[in-house]
Ligand binder design. Sequence first.
Ligand code: SF4
Length: 407
Amino acid sequence: MGVSEPKALPLESSSDSTLGVYVSVPFCRAKCSFCNFASGVSSPAAIAAYVSTLCAEIDAASATAERLNAKLPHIVDTLYFGGGTPSLLEPTQLRSIFAALRRNFQITSDAEITLEAAPGQIADAVLAEAQLQGVNRISLGVQSFVDRECAAVGRSHTERDCIREILRLQAAGVADVGADLIAGLPYQTTASWQHSLDVTTSIGLAHLSVYMLEVDEDSRLGREVIAGDQRFHAHGVPADESSAEFYETACAWLPQHGFPQYEISNFAPTARRSRHNRKYWMRAPYIGFGLDAHSMLLRANGAVRFANPEELAQYAVQEFHPAPVDIAAREAFEETIFLGLRMNEGVSLSQLRRQFPCEFVAAMEVAAIELISDGLIIAEDGRLQLTLHGRLISNDVFTNLLMGIAA
Ligand code: SF4
């Protein structure tokens, strides 16, 4: 199947002087059967306690960075509330988190500030508080515009609810309303997938993320599919080939309907692309607060990654002393390849040669020749990019590409 790939953008040098901030709010009204995130249902008291710990962690950010010998930029130009369902926070809790962030960082006036929400789970007062605090992007976990598919995975919203929610947020003046879809939900068919794509592209959304259902041991549905059992509608999960076809359809169809693909899972016109996620792909500095939040900060020489605990009980008692993982030249090279190739613009060979030892680049180029002949990557205008087929098996491509690099 052909795909019209967007023209490569110049790979600007990622800004090291500004920071991206991720805030994890790991609470949901119910646990979806496919979900493998560190999220769950908690009591109001547990959520209140979590918000206190979160604010204390934000207040400790400078000390944490100092202990890790890392540079912490204090100017924040992207802020992302993910989870979980951050829109379930009380307005006062949202206010407290923003107050903690503003005590410790300077959020720029044009910062991209995103809040994840589930359709029907963002109260008027929360929306008003979020907008007051500067939230200008809401990412709705729609997953499907087909009622049966949502019900099968334990999501309570219908197509009507989702459309109503999108129109409500747009009418309230949220600048960018985006949605997520999942290819491979139980009972999904070619026709039902096309229906979700049709609705998505006809209601003025700014941004679209398309994920393929992950079948792994970390979700109830995944375990059931692996075991070959029937609970959680596991028998309705389409075959891998069908899910791959749905994804390929999205990659071919969305760009023709106003949503150019710019990353393996993301589609949007240039002005609406996620600036926050770009920091991850470009290896620009970011810090994460809350459960299972990950961070990457730069050092005078190199970078350091660290992460918070995945278990709420552990996070509640932690003293903000995360274990650092040093990023040496080889790891930095690998990250540059596998994160950069996620983007349609790919990675620049001349930039790699400038930044990394020539033996790394030479070994990678040898592996690339074979992957090019297999139709998994292309080399164009001095850049390596994944093909559509390469995107479907991207992890294998990255492994092969990096295999020849000496440890
Ligand atoms: S998919 Fe989203 S809403 Fe569902 S349980 Fe996971 S984090 Fe919560």
